[in-house]
Design a protein around this ligand. Structure first.
Ligand code: GLU
Length: 431
C-alpha cells in the first residue's frame, strides 16, 4: 500500500502538523508518533467442522497519559497492525478533544465475520480476549465495539475476561447489552454525537436543519442511526450506501423504510423509489452535507475535486486523506474532523464505564443531556480556535487542542520536559 493511503503514516502526519503549529518540542512527537504498547497475537479457533483456523489479532495502546487506554475492536478482512495503530492514535486525540479522562487504544482481528457461524464468532471473540487479557482491564485498557462488532460480541468478551478474573468485571468492556451493565443511549451514541455536531454547525452558519440535503456513506450502526435521527429532525436524506452500493433520490429517502428493505434483502441497493448508484457516485452527489460513515480513505486526491457537498462531517475514522483535505479546503468545503464529529460513541462508553464503576444507572435523557453538553463544548472549542487562528482548518484546530492536552498531561507526569520549545530547542532544531 502506498504511504498516501497508509492510515498510520497519515495519523503521524496529522500529529506532526499539530506539534509544529503548537511549537512543541521534539519529545512530544517522539512519544506520540508510535503506540506506547502494542501486541500482535495468533488466535487458533476451532471451526464447526472440526478444523482449526488461525486468525491474526492486534491491540495497540497509543497513550494513557490522561487515563486508561480506550478504543474499539474491529473485525474486518482488511485489518492490519498499521491500521490499528492509526486508529489507536486517533482515539487518544478523540478522547482529549472532548475532554474525557482516557487515552487511546484500538484492536482488530483479520476476519470477515460474515463467513463465521454464531458459535465460531463467539469462540473467536473469547479467544481474542484470552490473548489480549494481560493488557486490558477497567483501569488499564477498555475495548468497545467498532466496525463489525456489536453488543453481543462485547458481552462474550466481558464474560471471558470475567471468567479469567473469577469475578464480574463489567467495566472492562463498553458497548455491552443493557442487561449486563450497558448504558442507555450507547447504541445510537456515535450517530447522536454526529447530529449534535451538525446542529451546532448549522446554528453557527445560520442554516435551518430542516430541508438540508444529506448524503451518507455507510448504513451500519453509525450511518444508519445518523440517517434516522437526521430524518426525524426533517433533514432531507437524498443518498445512502452500504458495501454493496448506493441509492439516490433527490426528493428524499425514508431511512426507516430503507432499513426494512436492507434487512429483507441484505443491502440498500434496489430500494424502490430510488436510483441505484455506485459508492463512488454517491460521494460525488450534490448536497449540503456529506457524511462518510464507513471506512478510511474514501475521499482522496482522486475524487476530492469532484466532491460537491458544502460540508463534510466525518462520522467514520480517517475517511479523508491529507491530500484530499487540501483540495477540499481550496474548494471552500468545510470538514468537521473525525476526532470531533464521531466522539459521541466513546463519550457514552465513558458514561457506561462510570455507571459500571458506581453500580448506578442513568436514564437515557440524562445520558443524552450529558453527551450534548460535552459535544457542544468540544465543537465550540474547535470551531472558535479555527475561526480565531485563520491559518488552520478544523482538523488542525482539533488536533491542536487535543495534542496540547495530552502533552500537558505527559509533562506534569514527568514523561517529558516542558512541552514548549525553548529558544535553545528552537535554535538546535533549526540547525
Ligand atoms: N469504535 C468507536 C470509535 O472509534 C468507539 C470506541 C469506544 O467506545 O471506546 O470511536
Amino acid at each position: 500500500m502506498s504511504d498516501s493511503l497508509n492510515s498510520f503514516v497519515i495519523a503521524q502526519e496529522q500529529l506532526k502538523m499539530a506539534v509544529d503549529k503548537l511549537h512543541l518540542n521534539a519529545s512530544v512527537y517522539e512519544l506520540l508518533k508510535e503506540p506506547k504498547r502494542s501486541l500482535s497475537v495468533l488466535i487458533p479457533v476451532r471451526m464447526d467442522d472440526g478444523s482449526t483456523r488461525v486468525f491474526s489479532g492486534y491491540r495497540a495502546q497509543h497513550n494513557d497519559a490522561l487515563g486508561p487506554a480506550k478504543g474499539g475492536v474491529r473485525f474486518h478482512q482488511d485489518v492490519s497492525m498499521d491500521e490499528v495503530k492509526a486508529l489507536a492514535m486517533w482515539m487518544t486525540f478523540k478522547c482529549a478533544v472532548v475532554g474525557i479522562p482516557y487515552g487511546g487504544a484500538k484492536g482488530g482481528v483479520i476476519v470477515n465475520p460474515e463467513e463465521l457461524s454464531a458459535a465460531e464468532l463467539e469462540r473467536l471473540s473469547r479467544a481474542y480476549i484470552q490473548a489480549i487479557a494481560p493488557l486490558i482491564g477497567p483501569e488499564k485498557d477498555i475495548p468497545a465495539p467498532d466496525v463489525n462488532t456489536n453488543p453481543q460480541i462485547m458481552s462474550w468478551m466481558m464474560d471471558e475476561f470475567s471468567m479469567i478474573k473469577q469475578y464480574n468485571s463489567f467495566g472492562v468492556i463498553t458497548g455491552k447489552p443493557l442487561i449486563i451493565g450497558g448504558s442507555l443511549g450507547r447504541t445510537q451514541a456515535t450517530a447522536q454525537g454526529v447530529v449534535f455536531v451538525i446542529e451546532d454547525l448549522v446554528k453557527k452558519l445560520n442554516i435551518n436543519l430542516e430541508g438540508v440535503s444529506v448524503v451518507i456513506q455507510g448504513f451500519g450502526n453509525v450511518g444508519g442511526y445518523t440517517a434516522k435521527i437526521l430524518y426525524d429532525k426533517k433533514a432531507k436524506i437524498i443518498g445512502i450506501s452500504d458495501v454493496k452500493g448506493g441509492i439516490y433520490n433527490p426528493r428524499g429517502l425514508n431511512p426507516y423504510k430503507v432499513q426494512e428493505h436492507a434487512t429483507e434483502t441484505g443491502s440498500v441497493v434496489n430500494y424502490r423509489g430510488a436510483k441505484t448508484i455506485t459508492n463512488a457516485e454517491l460521494l460525488e452527489l450534490e448536497c449540503d452535507i456529506l457524511i462518510p460513515a464507513a471506512l478510511e480513505n474514501q475521499i482522496t486526491d482522486k475524487n476530492a475535486h469532484n466532491i460537491k457537498a458544502r460540508y463534510v462531517v466525518e462520522a467514520a475514522n480517517g475517511p479523508t486523506t491529507p491530500e484530499a483535505d487540501k483540495i477540499l479546503e481550496q474548494k471552500g468545503i468545510l470538514v468537521v474532523p473525525d476526532i470531533l464529529a464521531n466522539a459521541g460513541g466513546v463519550t457514552v462508553s465513558y458514561f457506561e464505564w462510570v455507571q459500571n464503576n458506581m453500580g448506578y444507572y442513568w436514564s437515557v435523557e440524562e445520558v443524552n443531556e450529558k453527551l450534548g453538553n460535552i459535544m457542544s463544548q468540544a465543537f465550540h472549542g474547535v470551531y472558535d480556535l479555527y475561526k480565531s487562528r485563520k491559518d488552520v482548518n478544523m482538523r488542525v484546530a482539533a488536533y491542536m487542542l487535543a495534542v496540547k492536552r495530552v502533552a500537558e498531561g505527559m509533562e506534569v507526569r514527568g514523561w517529558i520536559s516542558a512541552p514548549h520549545q525553548t529558544k535553545e530547542a528552537t535554535r538546535i532544531s533549526a540547525r
